[in-house]
Design a protein around this ligand. Sequence first.
Ligand code: GLU
Length: 448
Amino acid sequence: MSVVPPVVRFAPSPTGRLHVGNARAALFNWLFARRHGGAFVLRLDDTDRARSTDAFARGIQDDLRWLGLTWDRLESQAARVEHHAAARDRLIAAGRLYPCYETATELDFRRKRLIASGKPPVYDRAALRLTDADRARLEAEGRRPHWRFRLGAGDVAWDDLVRGAQHVDGASQSDPVLVREDGTYLYTLPSVVDDIDFAITHVIRGEDHVTNTATQIQLFNALGAPPPAFAHLPLLTDAAGGGLSKRAGSLSLGDLREDGIEPLAVAGLLARLGTADPVVPVSSLRPLIDGVDFGRAGRAAARFSEDDLRQLSARTLHQAGYDDVRARLASMGADLGETFWLAVRGNLSKLDDASQWVAVIGGVTVPVVEDAPFLLAAAEALPAEPWDETTWKTWTGALAGASGRKGKALFHPLRLALTACENGPEMARLLPLIGRVRVEARLRGRTA
Ligand code: GLU
């Protein structure tokens, strides 16, 4: 049996930056494509020319790259208007798209009347009964048509890869408007046309789009194309189960990035939230690719907590290998080599914190002197270089013997003098990095 590699798309509108909710949809698309050797299309849904900007389009691409998601193809809907128009004309010719002239007020009035008489507020297709003369008269009055898609009779069902069997009752739906009075499209038609043209096999998105799916399936059929498979992911909620949308601004990827959150922590958390799998730090996207499985993405809401993200971000750094961070350390001017990285990583909550230890090691440090005579004795007892990670033990062992000190009384004054910090990485690792010249100067109370 030959398996066709999937083609998926992530389709953000460039009317803002990505937030964690849409990043999750992007991530699942990408992981799924990579797992199955398929292709990931980045489709910019930029048909709303008033609200879409190039800056947002670039920002979205920066955000995706930061997360580590690369695309095999970049498409802009605005560049495809002829394809959308051709599909529109085919639907009109087939009698599936029909002009309607009701104003919003008229529609509202009819809706209320239906509700008052206990009927579902479904559009009554009055426009289908208009004659050519009626239409000519309405147009002469200055009315412009909007266009509705004539839904087929009967129910629509699909097997959602996340939600299981889905079923929408045909009689409960109004014929949806696909083209506005000014000739612009609502999202549905361009989306389906592009999904067909790009041979999309799986539409993976948030469950806020479940309600659009039955219409879209009918539209695929009307345009003579088999519908793709659908996977609707549960929306993210906050820890209390409420919507994230109010806070979405503060949870933009741009802000998280600026805040020093590790992209692998964002990916690791978003990939696992709401699944049965544990959230653990990862050092590449590979384990997330291998683990992506819609069957494991439960239907329950996925609770997103910024605190969890911060913790995962710190844990991601604590286990990051030197090669994983080397380039970023270098660009911060904080690449002091692997020994340095292994010494400090466990004490970082953000990568930027590494600069603090660069400063402690090689910068000008004003020692905190708690007990000058003890520190002078410690300076006298310093072994000769070369130093390594055993030097601390040899040195402090000798000091313990000579001074009778142990535990905190022995170590704390040394740490304060050498680093001017109460806490930090293991002194055994820091000592050789600081080096004898500075260590001795600091023990003697000199800034070095
Ligand atoms: N541009 C749409 C959105 O951002 C795409 C939805 C879809 O994936 O079909 O909501």
